[in-house]
Write a protein that binds this ligand. Sequence first.
Ligand code: ADP
Length: 710
Amino acid sequence: MDNYRKVLLKRFIAQEKKARWAIDSFQVTTLEELLDRATANVANQFKNSISVLLLTEEDYLVIKSATGLDINKVEHKRIPIGKSLSGRLVKRGEPKLFSDVSRITDTLDDNLEPYYCGSMISTPLVFNKKVIGLLNVYLPVPSEPFSFDDFNIVITYGNQTAFAIESQRLVDKRTEELKEAQARLVKLNEQLQQDIEVRKKVEEQLRKAEEKYRMQFEGALDAIFVGDAETGIIVDCNPAATRLVGRGKSELIGKHQRILHPPEEIEGELSKTFRQHLKEKQGQTLETQVITKTGEIRDVAIRANLLEIGGKKVLQGIFRDVTENKKAEEEIRKSQKVLRDTIDAMPFGVMVVGRDKKIKQANATARQLTGYGEGELLGQLCHQTLCPAEENNCPILDQKQTVDHSERKLITKDKREIPIIKNVVNLKLGNEDVLLEAFIDITERKEAERKLKQLNKYLEDTIAKLDRANNELKDFVYIASHDLREPLRKISSFGELLSTSLKDKLNDDNKENLNFMIDGAKRMQQMIDALLTYSRVTTKGVDFETVDLNQVVEELCAIELAVKIEETGAKIVTPERLHNVNCDPAQIRQLIQNLIANALKYQKKGAVPEITIRSSVADNSMVRVEVADNGIGIEEQHFKNLFVMFRRLHSRREYEGTGIGLAVCKKIVERHGGNIGVSSTYGEGSTFWFTMPKQEMRVKNEELQASIVS
Ligand code: ADP
């Protein structure tokens, strides 16, 4: 800028010097003044003269100044070049002296016509061979015309004026240019000032940024090493860097960067990561290891960028110690493996499903149940593969249901549906929310349930049949008791009457036949009575109450069984006091009576019966009562048939009986929810036992027992 200014000034001063000379002679400062002075000067030379100065402007000649004439009154100040007198004179470019201008005919169209009445001198204003205007001088008052000397004076004035005009124009132009240049300079100066301000600000910002960077650099938690990109020499590092490798700053700066890494991380002169970051991994994070001063190996992640500082290329690496993270990751990896192995070994199906409904893991049992191979299930959508749920209709993720021990279906690879019981829990595996689904195949259980249902149905049918049979039996008993007993009684009593009245008239065979008939009718009556007793166990049973068995035995021996005991000389003992039981008093009496009566009856001829009665506490709040004898005993193969109605092991000739006593015992025991059985040694004696509810147990199970018909 300064140079330009100097050149401009120099040129201007040279030109100005020349122009000043011309202008100074007029002692004016502007072109207008100069023109006025020029016409005034010329007019002063000639008494009563008028001078007019015209300048060319493109195709016109314009009146600019006049002396002796008010140009404001001139109507047309612009004269076309080539037309009228002045127009032609300027075109011709030569000075001209007219003695009497009014003689010139074509002056009429000239604006100066009123003054064309005397002598006139017109001289072109020429500068550098170019006509720039016209100086006209008139002597309008009739007098002496202009002389030749006058003509020369005007020409000289014209030349001087032309030079002065151009000089003034040049000065004006230069002044204008100077002004412009100055204005430009001012503007440039302002610009420069602004630039300086901006630069100052930028420098300030840079300084602050540098300070900030320094602070961050020094205070960073991550280690930062700056190494020369060409040589690998460490040029800077922060306190965290010294802590990471356990070396002071002085032990690091100026050393080669490879001292930071263990040998296996070095490749040639540089560390592998330094090389990679320089080549193509700029700005990326690479994992490697560093070695501390004491030889400890640490895992680090390095992100590095290539920078230019003071024209030097450096690699700035930010090292983050990830040793603990790695350890933690390893721990997580291990525990995840343990979890996976555990899941895999579980005896029930287990699947891990992501929130995206994709299967992440399926254990061996799950694969075995579904028929998929290892890896075939991973990444599959669970609702399309294993669960019959439709898309976007997952019971857990979409319908927000809980699946807790719920019965569901599992689709196998061959599109079979198998019933399962399923538990689903939300679980966090690592950072991920997953569903842990556990399930067991319940096909067998379902089958068992189906069979159980069948069995129940069969049981219900059987009970219905038994009910029907029971009712039929009741009907039969009714008929037997009311309708059969009377005719039978008549047969036996009329038979006995006949036997008495025909006593001497019948031969021995007929007598015997008649006795058979009477005996048969009596037997029939006994059997019907026994049957009625059996039937009444359920139909005539009363509410249970506490019964003292000692008293029962005592009374039986004293009343119902007294005759037989006396006949046989039997010994009946109860070594310990018998327990109280909760039962129907008449029925327990009947039960014990039947057992003692059998013990008395089934004896070897002439033997003295010895009967022992004991009781003990049994399971399920029951009392076990045993009646042991020293009788004939029973072979084991007959044990189970003894309690069946009308089953007898001996003929009536050997031992009298109807074969219904033990059946009645069984029915009584079962009505009370107990059991009855026998143990025996053939030829030595038998022990009949039964169980009855204990005294404190007050169960009204009549209805239950009523449905059980032997
Ligand atoms: P009954 O005595 O009228 O024949 P039970 O029903 O009382 O009918 O007995 C059925 C059968 O059991 C008897 O016929 C007998 O053979 C056998 N029995 C019952 N009690 C004894 C016993 N204490 N010792 C040996 N046999 C017995």
